[in-house]
Design a protein around this ligand. Structure first.
Ligand code: MN
Length: 580
């Protein structure tokens, strides 16, 4: 156990002050948790210690490590916020409180009742608010979750499934969106057997031997490829095989008719070369020796994924004509692909501290999601949030190369609204990769989308059914509401003119009814008569119908004659309390 602390402290980037801080927070946490045990029977301190070790491996700063060691003290021990502030300062207190406040997100996919839905939204709000303030809060939370997943087997059965599902639905997607590919993959793989035991068993049974077979194949061909690159003067820092994570492999097999043979990147060859120039050179050499599979060459160096991922991908007919995916990247790109946002903060650049606010391009979505959550009504439920922010994302480009990321299943309408509201409203057609497509075309990763604009804004109400993103839906609805209001305004003016004419031409004959007087469009004193067909009585729900020259006839709302009436002639009506 102490070993782990020594490992944390044994980091060349930490100076004496850093080390002293970590040691002091460790002592405080150890003392506070002293008599507590984990469900596994281990001392409680093993949990914060493992969590802190995880973050130190990611290269995070001493403040984060210190806060991480204390992350459960406010909730589970007698330590008070004032004490943390006094002993360790405001920044560490902020982080510890941030993690504590996140609370639990009880994710129940089947029948979320109103109360849990509300609590979920509130927890999510807190989480993303904290993330927008300081991204390290969520990194501590992810590390916390990682260790809880590692020790999941000591939890009771129902808790196992709930925690694993949360991990799959909330935490892994957050890691993915932060570009933390390794942690995302590992969290998913730890959760997979608990959430989908049958599917997991199927995968292991049907695919595992293929893994081994392909790994062996790459172990044999790897040195050959390396020699070809070396012969061409390209330095290869590392060449290894990368087996796809189980859960993401399962997802992919599902998309390929459950046929593992159709998944080419089951095991990929990964080549690490010193710089960008060598990446392209290596790609050239590989294509010289092995024919590339058409349509599968991807340049994520020139066009990075929204979470910052960079690499060259190609799928080749390799030795003995076997189809293999090859990924080529620099060490820096590799670090980013594995650790994402955490790579930004590693002490690599001269040990300088960096900004932890979510202001980078890769984390813009946090601010967006934060705003979205603040605006949304709790009863709208977690599903919407899930679709927009946690579902698999695809990214598409404008003709100028700007990238937009959208949930899977988005179409050119979503894309247009994601760029600009007006572009959405004036959308008339769209080209994808140079070809005209239908507006319900499902966008794919890497598509270049050109929006064809009409002269005037003219969204169609059909779009409401077609779009995937809440943003587009909201904007289309807003347009129609605005149009309706304009229409009502102009109708209101017409009506007033018409009412005045009626009042002038005919004396206002008010039928004397004991039952009361109808108020029509908020006004009394209009000429009206009670319709004979349905004969409404005081207290009935009523509506007015503007006749051609007999004023307004008052019907029951349910009257069948009204159903034939056109909307423009229908007027709201209710009974006034005083009778005339
Ligand atoms: Mn914890």
């Amino acid at each position: 156990m102490l070993n782990l602390l020594e490992k944390i402290l044994d980091n060349p980037n930490f100076n004496e002050t850093d080390k002293a801080l970590i040691q002091r927070t460790y002592n405080a946490a150890e003392l506070a948790h002293r008599d507590q045990k984990r469900l596994s029977g281990e001392d409680y301190i093993t949990h914060p210690l493992n969590t802190a070790y995880f973050l130190s491996e990611l290269g995070l700063d001493a403040t984060t490590i210190a806060a991480c060691l204390l992350h459960d003290t406010l909730e589970d021990t007698s330590i008070k916020p004032d004490y943390i502030k006094q002993e360790f300062g405001q920044e560490i207190l902020f982080l510890v409180e941030g993690v504590t406040k996140l609370g639990k997100i009880e994710y129940s996919p089947n029948q979320p009742n109103k109360k849990t839905a509300l609590e979920n939204i509130n927890s999510l709000k807190k989480m993303f608010f904290a993330m927008a303030e300081d991204i390290r809060v969520i990194l501590i939370k992810l590390a916390d979750r990682y260790h809880n997943m590692e020790t999941l087997k000591s939890q009771p059965k129902e808790a196992q499934k709930r925690i694993a599902l949360e991990t799959l639905e909330i935490y892994a997607p957050i890691a993915a969106r932060l570009g933390m590919g390794r942690i995302k993959g590992q969290l998913e793989d730890m959760a997979f057997p608990y959430v989908y035991p049958e599917e997991y068993t199927w995968l292991i049974k049907n695919v595992l031997d293929k893994y081994t077979d392909r790994k062996e194949y790459i172990e044999k061909t790897g040195p050959l490829i390396k020699r070809r690159l070396n012969d061409a003067g390209i330095k290869v820092i590392d060449l290894h095989s990368r087996a796809k994570y189980h859960y993401s492999l399962y997802q992919k097999i599902k998309r390929h008719d459950m046929d593992p043979e159709k998944v080419f990147d089951l095991v990929a060859i990964r080549i690490i070369v010193p710089d960008i120039k060598s990446c392209y050179e290596a790609l050239g050499i590989i294509h010289k020796h092995y024919k590339p599979f058409p349509g599968l060459i991807k340049d994520y160096i020139a066009l990075p994924k929204p979470n910052g991922y960079q690499s060259l991908h190609t799928t080749i007919f390799c030795e003995r004509s076997r189809i293999v995916e090859v990924q080529i990247r620099t060490p820096d790109m590799h670090d980013h692909a594995e650790n994402g946002i955490a790579a930004h903060w590693a002490y690599s650049e001269g040990g300088k501290k960096k900004v932890f606010k979510a202001e980078m391009k890769e984390t813009k979505w946090i601010a967006q999601l934060n705003q979205f959550l603040q605006e949304m009504k709790p009863q709208e439920g977690i599903e919407k949030v899930k679709i927009d922010f946690f579902k698999n994302r695809i990214f598409a480009f404008t003709p100028k190369g700007d990238v937009k990321d959208l949930p899977e299943g988005s179409n050119p309408i979503d894309f247009a609204y994601a760029i600009h509201t007006d572009l959405g409203h004036t959308l008339k057609g769209a080209k994808v990769n140079g070809k005209i497509v239908q507006l319900n075309y499902n966008l794919h990763n890497g598509d270049v989308v050109e929006i064809i604009k009409g002269k005037i804004p003219k969204p169609s109400s059909d779009w409401l059914r077609m779009v995937k993103t809440t943003e587009a839906k909201k904007k289309i609805k807003a347009w129609f509401t605005a149009e309706e209001n304009k229409l009502k305004e102009s109708q209101g003016i017409e009506e007033k003119v018409r009412e005045k004419k009626i009042q002038k031409k005919t004396r206002v004959i008010v039928e004397v009814v004991k039952k009361g007087t109808p108020v029509i469009q908020g006004q009394t004193g209009l000429m009206y008569k009670i319709a004979k067909c349905c004969n409404p009585k005081l207290g009935d729900k009523i509506k007015g119908y503007m006749t051609v020259n007999q004023g307004v006839s008052i019907h029951l709302t349910s009257c069948s004659n009204l159903k034939k009436a056109t909307g423009k002639r229908l007027l709201s009506a209710s009974w006034s309390l005083r009778s005339k």
